[in-house]
Design a protein around this ligand. Structure first.
Ligand SMILES: Cc1ncc(C[n+]2csc(CCOP(=O)(O)OP(=O)(O)O)c2C)c(N)n1
Ligand code: SF4
Ligand SMILES: [Mg+2]
Length: 465
């Protein structure tokens, strides 16, 4: 008698009426067979309570209706990335990523490939039916040359569409995976071999040995537009020719290539800096800053000093950088919020204070400053547009002051001195200076020079305002 595997839920809640034990898969679809093999292995190994199953987007999207274990649904292509996070956060548990050929071979290929290259501790079941099943039969990376699909009605043309992607063969170039095998569920003989590979890959997880990958050739009669019997035959005759079955690698009996120990910090250590329990400042009025300039001017570091100072003073803080694509010479900005309350969003669209170190950034962000706010910009910047009227604007010689102190690159520190002078930060000066000094922990020689620049900036403000 054919029985439902123990690893499944007793009833599949998505189905009602008399069909509570039927899946949503089409008749003759390989997904259902593969599900049964996995569910059976989980139950046989007693792993249901120790397993998290990551569902893909594709026809397998509803795995969580069936597998009686932990379930997480990933965005399209991201199952291997989600599985990476889960396996690192839950050492000792079994993590399964289940992905189709569109999901893994196209949108998510890099995620899956990098996870395999890192040798993450999870098993990836890769369901290759040579088509996008769920969305109506579009060409997949594994579609065969000449195969007709909704998006290759004349048949896949390798001249324009490339060749079918051989994922096992690609992954087999990587040093880290422990197990790689390609199997099929097109007939009973093949299903028995697939069963063996699936069990082996899950056992490798149970023993915590590392990354395992099983590609499973699987019929999709609906999109192949043929009967279930013909689809199974097509999988044997056509798919296997291009994707030969077999084991590529089994290193499960060998010692691990490297100890795969990921340092994990307890959650309370990670969140202590942001916990509201730490915050004293109900009275502290929220301040929103935007720092902007060229990459390399230290604009992000300046924002970071402020954020650290706020944190040290027991305020809620956020620091949100935005990098240009270039390492040097592109524009960069960061938003910093200091607050006595919880911070709603770390992005700052309407700053109270804008600090600008180059012309394009000043032009871009000056109109966004709140009425009654403040703009401080480096006096070297030529201003060729009308600055907003309802804000106070300071042209401050930051670069000149830094150069006069022998550190031309530290114009950002001069701007910090200007902020302190104008009392725009709202935190005790010694806290801000400590954060500044801390930012040079690895270059202590620069501390006195930067303190001198802050002093020179304050002196300029005193003498000129
Ligand atoms: C970001 C994003 N892009 C595209 C889609 C549309 N989409 C849903 S499933 C799918 C392809 C599924 O094919 P495959 O991974 O081969 O799974 P199958 O259905 O064949 O098992 C696509 C493109 C989506 N849901 N999300
Ligand atoms: S469309 Fe294809 S892959 Fe999707 S459930 Fe039906 S047979 Fe299976
Ligand atoms: Mg598919």
């Amino acid at each position: 008698m054919i029985k439902k595997a123990e690893g499944f839920y007793e009833y599949f809640l998505r189905k009602d009426g008399s069909k509570t034990k039927a899946t949503h898969y089409c008749a003759g679809c390989g997904h259902g067979i593969i599900h049964k093999l996995i569910a059976e292995a989980l139950a046989d190994f007693g792993l249901q309570d120790d397993t998290v199953f990551v569902s893909p987007v594709g026809c397998g999207a509803f795995c969580y209706y069936y597998f009686d274990c932990g379930n997480v649904a990933a965005a399209h292509g991201r199952a291997s990335a989600v599985a990476t996070g889960l396996s690192r956060a839950l050492p000792g548990k079994v993590v399964i990523a289940y992905q189709g050929d569109g999901d893994l071979g196209a949108i998510g290929f890099n995620n899956a490939f990098q996870a395999a290259n890192r040798g993450e501790k999870f098993v990836c079941f890769f369901i290759n039916n040579a088509i996008y099943g769920m969305t109506g039969g579009q060409m997949a990376p594994t579609t065969l040359p000449g195969q007709k699909t909704a998006t290759s009605p004349m048949g896949r043309d390798v001249a324009t569409d490339g060749y079918p992607l051989h994922v096992c063969e690609v992954f087999n170039q990587l040093p880290a995976p422990v197990f790689i095998e390609r199997v099929s569920v097109a007939d009973t003989k093949r299903i028995l071999k697939a069963r063996k590979a699936i069990r082996k890959a899950i056992e490798i997880q149970k023993e915590g040995k590392g990354y395992a990958f099983v590609e499973i050739l699987s019929p999709c009669p609906t999109n192949m537009k043929i009967s279930a019997v013909d689809a199974a035959q097509f999988t044997i005759d056509a798919l296997e020719k291009v994707f030969p079955l077999g084991n590529f690698r089994d290193r499960s009996a060998e010692p691990a290539l490297q100890p795969h120990v990921i340092p994990i910090k307890p959650l309370h250590e990670l969140i202590v800096a942001t916990s509201s329990d730490n915050v004293d400042g109900g009275e502290f009025a929220e301040k929103e800053f935007k720092f902007c300039g060229f990459g390399g001017q230290g604009i992000l570091s300046l924002g970071l000093v402020l954020a650290h100072a706020g944190n040290d003073a027991g305020k809620n803080v956020s620091w949100f950088p935005s990098y240009g694509p270039e390492q040097r010479g592109g524009t960069a900005s960061c938003s910093v919020v200091l607050s006595g309350k919880d911070i709603g969003s770390p992005t700052v669209d309407r700053p109270d204070v804008l600090v600008a170190m180059n012309q394009p950034s000043l032009e871009k962000f000056a109109p966004t400053v709140k009425d009654g706010g403040v703009i401080i910009y480096d006096a070297q910047i030529p201003v060729e547009f009308d600055l907003p009227e309802k804000v106070t604007v300071y042209a401050f010689p930051a670069a000149e002051i830094a150069t006069s102190q022998g550190v031309p690159k530290a114009a950002n520190t001069a701007l910090l001195g200007a902020l302190l002078s104008l009392d725009l930060i709202g935190l005790p000066e010694e806290v801000v200076l400590t954060a500044l000094k801390d930012s040079f922990a690895e270059k202590p020689k620069l501390i006195p020079k930067n303190i001198a620049i802050v002093d020179a900036a304050k002196a300029w403000m005193r003498d000129n305002l």
